[in-house]
Design a protein around this ligand. Structure first.
Ligand SMILES: N[C@@H](CCC(=O)N[C@@H](CS)C(=O)NCC(=O)O)C(=O)O
Length: 219
């Protein structure tokens, strides 16, 4: 049995979206970020990233995490690459080269995009997007993203998807990070192929199902 830990309003979306694409049967345990609770250590608090029983599963206290028949794994990109490979289908790499390319794009998202993309989404989430200070933070983050977005743009101007000209786990891993920057219209206007690719990824039924579930979860 596969268990996926982590609320929808977290990086768990990557794994929940992939599980939908693969049609996996799984148990969802909506562990919430401790920072979103006023007293995460109280006895009444919902299971969160500081709850001892959760820390005994994932000592990092992060979400997502999975337990796949006793095999526990954290780090969202590793989880997704594992699940894709385990269940095969066109979402998984078909050979060693594609495997390397899917890892390349996943590491690229985690190391070259995520920090600055998150600055954009958290500025919006904090309601600061229309303030001068918020705009300045978003513009600096967008400037830092210019180069990796240009690399993505060059690749996607000649390819509909990141690897093997088909939708794969690499697209999920990168699209869910690029989404954090989506509120910065200028970044996407300057990179129309990235915008078109993100639209393609987000128009998939499994993304929409994940997004609907996320939208119904308490903010
Ligand atoms: N690199 C990790 C990062 C995981 C992470 O930091 N997740 C956040 C939620 S999106 C978290 O668990 N934060 C803990 C907390 O806020 O208490 C991954 O990709 O899985």
């Amino acid at each position: 049995m596969l268990t996926i830990y982590g609320v929808y309003r977290s990086r768990a979306t990557r794994t929940l979206w992939l599980a939908g694409e693969l049609g996996l049967d799984f148990k969802h345990v909506p562990v919430i970020q401790a920072r979103r609770l006023s007293d995460p250590t109280s006895a009444e608090a919902p299971v969160n990233t500081l709850t001892p029983s959760y820390l005994s599963i994932n000592p990092m206290g992060t979400i997502p995490c999975i337990d796949d028949d006793g095999m526990v794994l954290y780090e969202s990109m590793a989880i997704n690459l594992y699940l894709a490979r385990k269940h095969g289908t066109s979402l998984a790499p078909s050979d060693l080269v594609e495997d390397a390319q899917m890892m390349q794009w996943s590491f690229f998202a985690a190391t070259e995009l995520e920090t600055n993309a998150l600055k954009i989404s958290s500025t919006v989430a904090e309601g600061l997007a229309n303030s001068d200070a918020g705009q300045a933070v978003m513009d600096v983050a967008a400037r830092m993203l210019r180069r990796p977005f240009k690399v993505l743009e060059q690749h996607l101007s000649g390819n509909d998807y990141l690897v093997g000209n088909r939708f794969s786990v690499a697209d999920i891993n990168v699209a869910e990070v690029v989404r954090y920057a989506q509120a910065h219209a200028g970044l996407f206007d300057a990179n129309p192929s990235v915008k078109a690719w993100l639209d393609r990824c987000q128009s998939r039924p499994a993304f929409k199902a994940m997004w609907d579930a996320r939208s119904t979860e308490a903010a």
